[in-house]
Design a protein around this ligand. Structure first.
Ligand code: G
Ligand code: G
Ligand code: MN
Ligand code: NA
Length: 254
């Protein structure tokens, strides 16, 4: 309850912020996207990651307004960067199963796009396999609606969930994000290497893009390149950083 009151206050005071982690094209070496990751800066305290407060927010009613803020802010940031002269990049936003259960996701996304003026084709929604398995018909309808506007859909943490491949066929998916657990092991564990190779091949056969998460070393990077993976994201390039630092990473200090 105490943290719930603090969350409510934090939202009202503007204590939430987004950090952005670059996604890099393996062929060109250029940053082609950013994943928005939520942070909470309570006054006088260290920056808090979502693992420590999102579960509480989800148990309370506060997750709704927080989700709405995240979507709006990510879209506004994409527009600010374009106005500052940065090359257009994709903006990845995480959606949770709770959002699909409790909120009208299509309406919320379309509102964020309209209010910010962001190009819908720049938005990339990251969904877990769990979301796709739950309430499948309703979820498919929501994703179809957004897809027709040009919004892209990525499957987050791919390979760790239900691993039913049915949804890859039934949902309008654009990209698979290989879970970091497989990337971590791929240079030493033959099973992880085989899984990474399989996901890249599966994705490409289905005409999906494939991005590897949690890339921390040059050895992982080179192996992913050899496997034909399209993009990478991870500490090797950068952790998630504030907007000004991200602009600097792109060579456009603002
Ligand atoms: O970097 P990191 O600690 O930010 O993120 C931890 C987890 O929280 C990840 O699984 C990430 O997908 C999730 N996460 C980060 N930001 C958001 C957000 O804005 N909304 C939701 N639903 N999940 C988020
Ligand atoms: O579940 P999702 O993929 O959205 O979560 C992203 C999470 O992974 C965030 O907590 C982010 O900080 C973390 N992360 C991003 N890159 C790396 C990395 O290279 N290594 C590790 N260990 N974590 C990472
Ligand atoms: Mn994600
Ligand atoms: Na992930």
């Amino acid at each position: 309850m105490q943290i719930e009151a603090a969350l409510r206050e934090g939202l009202a005071r503007g204590e939430f912020l987004l950090h952005y982690q670059p996604q890099v094209d393996l062929r060109t070496g250029r940053i082609t996207g950013a994943e928005a990751l939520l942070r909470w800066q309570r006054s006088g305290q260290t920056l808090m990651g979502p693992g420590r407060f999102l579960p509480v927010a989800e148990e309370s009613g506060l997750i709704g307004p927080i989700n709405e803020w995240v979507l709006g802010e990510a879209c506004r940031q994409a527009v600010r960067w374009r106005e500052a002269g940065l090359p257009p990049i994709r903006m990845g936003v995480n959606l949770s199963p709770i959002q699909f259960r409790r909120q009208d996701v299509a309406a919320m996304v379309l509102r964020a796009l309209a209010e910010s003026g962001m190009n819908p084709a720049q938005l990339d929604l990251e969904l877990t396999e769990g979301i796709l398995m739950e309430q499948a018909p309703e979820t498919a309808a929501v994703l179809q609606t957004l897809r027709t506007r040009g919004v892209r859909i990525s499957v987050d943490d791919f390979g760790t969930g239900y691993s039913s491949l049915n949804y890859v066929k039934n949902f309008p998916i654009d990209r698979l994000k290989i879970d970091q657990s497989f990337v971590r092991g791929m240079t030493t564990e033959p099973n992880d290497a085989a899984i990474v190779r399989t996901i890249v091949e599966l994705g490409h056969m289905l005409r999906l893009q494939v991005i590897a998460e949690g890339v921390e070393t040059e050895a992982q990077l080179l192996q992913l390149k050899a496997e034909g993976c399209d993009e990478v994201q991870g500490f090797y390039y950068s952790e998630a950083v504030p907007p000004a630092d991200f602009a600097e990473l792109m060579g456009h200090p603002v």
